[in-house]
Ligand binder design. Structure first.
Ligand SMILES: C[S@@+](CC[C@H](N)C(=O)[O-])C[C@H]1O[C@@H](n2cnc3c(N)ncnc32)[C@H](O)[C@@H]1O
Length: 231
């Protein structure tokens, strides 16, 4: 005899009937949404994030990166790009002195986090960010920004590289000597040209896939520490 179905309520208030084996019955749901929901419901990181009150399971990724690379020091000034719904900012703010977060989407306020809603690729957003920093140099630039993917590897790769190039350009004007970048890239890699430049300008450049990053996801993280560029 199967287990009794139970109700799950999404953050947007929709209720779903969940059967044993994490199958979701709701005829109004598209197949892709049903699969996403089933994956969420059977994911231990989602459950743990909920238990700990984290805004997203992504919080565990930056916690794993922090544990391994110690990128964020006490008193650090941190810029968190692609911050919504706020999992990274939420766990970084208690460590850092200042966190300025940016996202295309709105993000509900978090203690110790200043927020800019905008497209980081737009000049106006970059200018607002510089204005908010008020000339203050940054210790760590985090980017969990992900482009909308289309499934065509070459195009998806170009889209994420576009974001990384913009992150690196921002770092060149704002990062303190000794500073660090943590940025989401897709496996298969960072462009050789950019990687060579990063290796030239940072003491150490690595790629790391946290355990909390889904195996099925092509994402991995570029971690560059010890910026040796000009102040
Ligand atoms: C994977 S989510 C980030 C999750 C977040 N790190 C957390 O812990 O909750 C990626 C975010 O990047 C944002 N994003 C993508 N492209 C962006 C852009 N050009 N400018 C600003 N935000 C962007 C998306 O809106 C999305 O919220």
């Amino acid at each position: 005899m199967g287990a009794t179905p139970w109700k799950f309520e999404s953050s947007s208030g929709h209720q779903f009937l969940v059967e044993s084996g994490m199958q979701v019955r709701n005829r109004k749901l598209k197949e892709s949404s049903r699969k996403w929901l089933e994956r969420q419901l059977s994911d231990p990181f989602v459950a743990e994030a909920k238990r700990l009150g984290y805004r997203s399971r992504a919080a565990f990724k930056i916690l794993e990166i922090q544990e391994k690379f110690r990128v964020i020091r006490k008193d650090a000034v941190v810029v968190d790009l692609g911050a919504a719904p706020g999992g990274w900012s939420q766990v970084v703010a208690p460590i850092a002195r200042r966190v300025v977060a940016v996202d295309l989407l709105d993000m509900s306020p978090l203690p110790g986090v200043e927020f800019i809603r905008g497209d980081f690729l737009e000049q106006s957003c970059a200018e607002l960010l510089e204005q908010m920093l008020g000339g203050q140099k940054v210790d760590v630039v985090l980017s969990d920004m992900a482009p909308n993917t289309c499934g065509i590897h070459r195009i998806d790769h170009l889209r994420i590289m576009n974001l990384i190039e913009a992150v690196y350009a921002f770092c060149q004007t704002t990062l303190k000597p000794g500073g660090a970048i943590v940025a989401k890239v897709f496996q298969g890699g960072t462009e050789v040209g950019l990687l060579t430049e990063l290796k030239h300008n940072f003491a150490k450049v690595s790629h790391f896939k946290p355990n909390s990053s889904r195996k099925s996801s092509p994402e991995t993280y570029l971690i560059a520490t010890g910026y040796v560029g000009k102040e």
